[in-house]
Design a protein around this ligand. Structure first.
Ligand code: ADP
Ligand code: MG
Length: 458
């Protein structure tokens, strides 16, 4: 299977080979043909499987079709063809200025992509400019929170092809009448489950109401049950369901390891050892809280690592600089929280280390998806104390995969391994008979520690 066989424009195929893509991933092969045919889609596919291109390439095909139509109309009207506008270099970070030479009528965007976080939106914008690098005068804008309104307003005023936004900030612009969505032909909801988790449901509905009913809508979500399913029923027309790979098959290219730590100090010793492993290219270390992220980054910095923290409490400018530092390999270790780390797409991340466990088991899957990108293999190491065993159990049930237990010579745990609830019988209702009530919420906070280490108050 090749990209040409998907009937993509030669300008896009060229950009894909420039990006080093030789063949479509399975979600691309499955989603692109129906998307090009204008169908509504419900797509689930694992993290890192190439979902962005699966909607961005069809989106860019719409832009190209519009360019061709405009040229044909100009010709029919006897107007001399305008010189092709200079292809814009990459997407500017926050809202581009429309390029000179672009048609002058101020129309709203044709394609709208909604994404849950700033990082993710910027990632999608980068993909748009990468895959669309040979599309004449491509105009992409991003509208995300945490940045000044001015540049975004300027971008929204001019003609636009593709708008990529987080729901909250887009609502602000819609409310002030500064953004029109009445030209939207294609609406993409990326990581819809996550957007609903973050409480964007009302914003999404308001945004959708501002788009034409005859639009094409494609929705990406790990699940289509519950609220996401209801939203899909309301927004999509005769959607095609695409499940490129099941949750279970996922991450075959990511090796998982579980280290049991006796206590906080033992956990730190394990982390220190892993961070000095020779095959560690770059690592993302996850913590449960922003404070832990800052504290741990400071600690690792003092130990001589090139490290920075990344979390939602940091100003956007600093977050961008940190991500840039990671991409340029000035940073070897990133200490991050879950929300901030979504959308980090750096192929040289060889290790994901769970220093603090996630609040939700699906976040584990998103975390480990930061490694094993673009066909490389990755290692996902989880450091757990006994009190974490309930969450470990839930993660294993969620992924239906066991995390193999590993030890490091000289740093073996002294305490016995906690019992494995994973092995116990499971009731049809899904709750297990594990030693810890399965319904009990996981609370990493509020525990006291026997060893009074330099741990910050949570
Ligand atoms: P997802 O949204 O499913 O998590 P992304 O769209 O972010 O995945 O893509 C994950 C990584 O795979 C990115 O680094 C992207 O550049 C790369 N990628 C996407 N499609 C291909 C392809 N066809 N061939 C090689 N690499 C690809
Ligand atoms: Mg994605």
């Amino acid at each position: 299977m090749s990209f040409e066989a998907l009937n993509l424009n030669e300008l896009l195929v060229r950009a894909l080979s420039a990006a080093g893509y030789t063949e479509p991933t399975s979600v691309q092969a499955e989603a692109i043909p129906p998307a090009l045919a204008g169908r509504d889609l419900m797509v689930s596919s694992r993290t890192g499987s190439g979902k962005t291109a699966s909607f961005m390439l069809p989106a860019l095909m719409r832009v190209l079709a519009a360019r061709e139509q405009a040229a044909a109309e100009r010709k029919a009207a006897g107007v001399e063809a305008a010189p092709a506008p200079r292809p814009e270099r990459g997407t500017e970070r926050f809202g581009d200025r429309p390029s000179r030479g672009a048609p002058q009528q101020a129309k709203g965007p044709r394609v709208l992509v909604l994404a849950p976080t700033r990082e993710l939106a910027l990632q999608v914008a980068k993909a748009a400019s990468d895959y669309g690098r040979f599309v004449p005068g491509l105009r992409v804008a991003t509208v995300v929170g945490g940045v000044p309104y001015g540049a975004q307003l300027a971008a929204l005023r001019g003609p636009l092809d593709i708008l990529i936004a987080t729901p909250g900030r887009l609502i602000d612009h819609l409310g002030s009448g500064k953004c029109r969505l009445d030209q939207i032909e294609m609406l993409v909801l990326d990581e819809a489950d996550r957007m609903l988790d973050m409480g964007f449901i009302d914003d999404i509905r308001l945004i959708v109401d501002a788009t034409p009913a005859k639009r094409q809508t494609v929705m990406y979500s790990a699940t289509f049950s519950g609220n996401v399913g209801r939203l899909a029923t309301d927004l999509l027309r005769e959607p095609q369901r695409i499940e490129a790979t099941s949750q279970t098959e996922s991450h075959s290219d990511i090796e998982q390891r579980l280290h049991w730590a006796d206590d906080f100090e033992h956990k730190n010793a394990l982390l220190d050892h892993i961070l000095t492993e020779r095959d560690l290219d770059q690592a993302v270390v996850f913590t449960s809280t922003q404070r832990d992220a800052d504290w741990l980054a400071d600690r690792l910095h003092e130990m001589g690592h090139s490290v920075a923290s990344l979390h939602g409490g940091m100003p956007q400018g600093r977050r961008n600089r940190v991500l840039q530092g990671l991409r340029s390999k000035h940073l070897r270790v990133l200490v991050a929280t879950d929300v901030a780390a979504r959308g980090i797409d750096v192929p040289t991340i060889s290790h994901v280390i769970n220093y603090g466990l996630p609040m939700k088991e699906e976040d584990y899957v998103h975390r480990i998806g930061r490694t094993g990108r673009a066909g490389r293999s990755g290692l996902a190491v989880t450091l757990a104390e006994r009190r974490d065993s309930g969450m470990i159990h839930r993660i294993q049930r969620y992924t239906t995969q066991r995390m193999p237990v590993a030890t490091i010579a000289g740093l073996e745990p002294k305490r016995a391994e906690p019992p494995k609830p994973f092995d116990r019988p499971v009731r049809p209702g899904g709750k297990s008979f594990g030693p810890r009530p399965a319904g009990k919420p996981f609370k990493p906070a509020g525990k006291t520690f026997s060893k009074a280490g330099p741990r910050p108050a949570r």
